[in-house]
Design a protein around this ligand. Structure first.
Ligand code: F6R
Length: 616
């Protein structure tokens, strides 16, 4: 969602901020802006549209500035208009602010400020916070306070309710940025003669690998030479500088036309990275460094609850099928957004697992906090190192698939499913899963990247198929057992990037309603590997064909479905049953991608969507 970048140092701020903001575009935006400071006040550039567009305006102006704050907005309070975009400038012109999150008591605060003569030029909660800081600043300054700027931020933040990640500048203090967070991620980039702040470390790429993760309730003061961190009571807090390895090319598309396609093709290597160092020396089980739970603790667990949102929720649903099969532990699956408001009876000895690529999804984070508050052991599967969820869960597993920039999740999903399968093997081997079965599964995992390469070689076949079907407006995705969550994921992938209406269903449920949708204008895509369900699914396919519905089938090489007439077939290699969802997800991703391209859609930035959903 919204993205923040701030820079203060010896170098020219505009170029650094423009580049940093462009790197955060993947989070989703509807408008963008910069506030630049050069000793003669604050200059604001903002507009609706892309960060690239506003960046070009800034670079053309050739502003001399050594500090600035920048923002991509994804509208929550107030429409998509230039005046609602950030940065906001206070009435007095001294305070500029960018903000992620939601100030819940902004109406009360706005009324109070209006009574003191403040006028508002936008509908946003952010402009209220900006003027609240400015009003404290004026008071403290007139009282001769020794650090009126810092204390005005403390005072304002003590009053607001809601969530925020902010970066603030004061026209009287060039070369200083104050930044603070509560519920919205912020990281500091510590450089040489320069310091930065951003919503995520992607913005620092190529400038610094030294990162400080700011915690909730912390306020940081940045100058070019130094940084200090405080709590809201003005007490100094020690900071830990972590070195993160991020490669420039991870944030570049290279020769690929879209990040989504690049990330689909990265999957063999991404999954190798997810598995690296996580097999026992005899290859009969898996191991994880960060669970923070001993084997004896894990043996006491008699239920697991998985939570997530969107694609991550589909990975949770697959975890249910896989872990119940391998470890014989009952697994419940909940949408994080639903569970957090439900008084769900959760039995003792339940292990809570959250899955989140970004580690910042607001609903997942709050559901995790609720479960921690109730005293459950919590673990997280996340991709972003140092993210809030990774930080707050009791332990966890990093995905190590590199940054996922395309809004539609691809490599993160396959890695989440792989890691839950590895958890299934680990827990199974602490119970009844035999050594030989463990070895068979580990071998299957080790062979998976090469099999994914074979599926990727079918990209042009899938492109032709997607072109053939791209003009349809409705789609059904159908599968049984482990292929059912995958049907949900295939439908989500298609609808989110191509805007084709698609629904996922268990194939056997067709007769209970969805069959009414089947017609020559509504194709059905079946995911039907050769397994114990194949005859049943073959019957479901006949039911659709008999009603004139076009049929696409993803099946395994050599399956009886390969020779059926009147259907389009994509054949993929066979693998262990528990690993098949990973392999079968690849053609679904490619099909959606090529369908969206054929329809002329903006694949990496689908309308209305943000990569990381940091508000409810
Ligand atoms: C869809 C997609 C989303 C995310 C969801 C959760 O392709 O990417 O549905 O899966 O917003 O995001 P994370 O995993 O970051 O919590």
């Amino acid at each position: 969602m919204c993205g923040i970048v701030g820079y203060v140092g010896d170098d020219a701020a505009p170029k650094i901020l423009v580049e940093g903001l462009n790197r955060l575009a993947y989070r989703g935006y509807d408008s963008a802006g910069h506030a630049l400071m050069n000793g003669s006040g604050i200059k604001i550039f903002k507009d609706v549209g892309s960060p690239e567009h506003i960046g070009q305006v800034v670079m053309k102006e050739k502003v001399m500035a050594n500090s600035g704050i920048s923002h991509t907005r994804w509208a929550t309070h107030g429409g998509v208009t230039p005046s609602n975009s950030h940065p906001h400038l206070s009435n007095c012109g001294r305070i500029a602010l960018v903000h992620n999150g939601v100030i819940e008591n902004f109406v009360t605060l706005r009324n109070r400020l209006q009574q003191t003569g403040v006028t508002f030029h936008s509908e946003t909660d952010t402009e209220v916070l900006c003027n609240l800081i400015a009003s404290y600043y004026e008071d403290f300054r007139s009282e001769g306070h020794e650090d009126a700027f810092l204390h005005s931020v403390f005072a304002a933040l003590r009053e607001v309710k809601g969530s925020y990640g902010i970066a603030v500048m004061c026209g009287d203090q060039p070369g200083r940025i104050i930044t603070a967070r509560l519920g919205s991620s912020l990281v500091l980039g510590i450089g040489n003669g320069e310091n930065m702040v951003a919503s995520d470390a992607a913005a620092f790429c190529g400038r610094t690998n030294n990162i400080v993760y700011l915690d909730d309730g912390q306020v940081a003061c940045l100058t070019g030479k130094d940084f200090e961190i405080f709590n809201l009571d003005n007490e100094r807090v020690a900071a830990e500088i972590c070195e993160v390895q991020s490669e420039h090319q991870e944030y570049e598309r290279g020769d690929f036309p879209h990040f989504m396609l690049k990330e689909i093709f990265e999957q063999p290597e991404a999954l190798r990275n997810s598995m690296r160092g996580r097999f026992s020396s005899d290859n009969s089980t898996t191991k994880f460094g960060g669970l923070n739970l001993e084997a004896k603790d894990l043996r006491r667990i008699n239920r697991i609850l998985f939570m997530g949102c969107g694609t991550a929720w589909h990975a949770c649903l697959l975890a249910k099928y896989i872990i119940e099969k391998l470890a014989r532990i009952p697994v419940d699956v909940e949408y994080a957004s639903e569970l957090r408001y439900r008084n769900a009876p959760i039995p003792d000895n339940t292990l809570v697992f959250v899955i989140s690529q970004s580690g910042e999804t607001a609903d997942t984070l709050e559901a995790l906090r609720e479960m921690k508050r109730k005293g459950f052991e919590t673990l997280a599967i996340t991709n972003v190192v140092g993210s809030t969820i990774a930080h707050e869960a009791g332990g966890g597993i990093y995905q190590h698939v590199g940054p996922e920039i395309g809004v539609a999740s691809t490599k993160a999903f396959s890695s989440q499913v792989l890691l839950t399968t590895m958890v299934g093997v680990f827990l199974g081997r602490l119970r009844d899963l035999s050594m030989s079965e463990g070895m068979r599964l580990v071998k299957g995992m080790q062979e998976l990247p090469d099999k994914i390469v074979q599926v990727l070689q079918k990209a042009s076949e899938l492109e032709a198929l997607a072109k053939k079907y791209a003009e349809y407006n409705d789609f059904l995705f159908l599968g049984r057992q482990m292929m059912f969550p995958l049907a949900l994921e295939g439908a989500l992938k298609l609808k989110e990037i191509s805007y084709i209406h698609a629904e996922g269903y268990p194939a056997a449920e067709m007769k209970h309603g969805p069959l009414a949708l089947v017609s020559p204008t509504c194709p059905s895509l079946f995911i039907a590997p050769e397994d114990e369900m194949i005859d049943k699914v073959a019957s479901n396919i006949q039911e659709v064909k008999a009603r004139g519905g076009p049929v696409i089938v993803i099946t395994t090489e050599g399956s009886p479905l390969c020779d059926q007439e009147g259907i389009d077939v994509i054949a993929i290699p066979q693998t262990c049953e528990s690993l098949m969802p990973i392999l079968a997800s690849i053609p679904l991703q490619l099909f959606s991608y090529y369908a969206a391209v054929a329809r002329g859609c903006n694949v990496d930035r689908p309308r209305n969507l943000a990569k990381s959903v940091t508000v409810e």
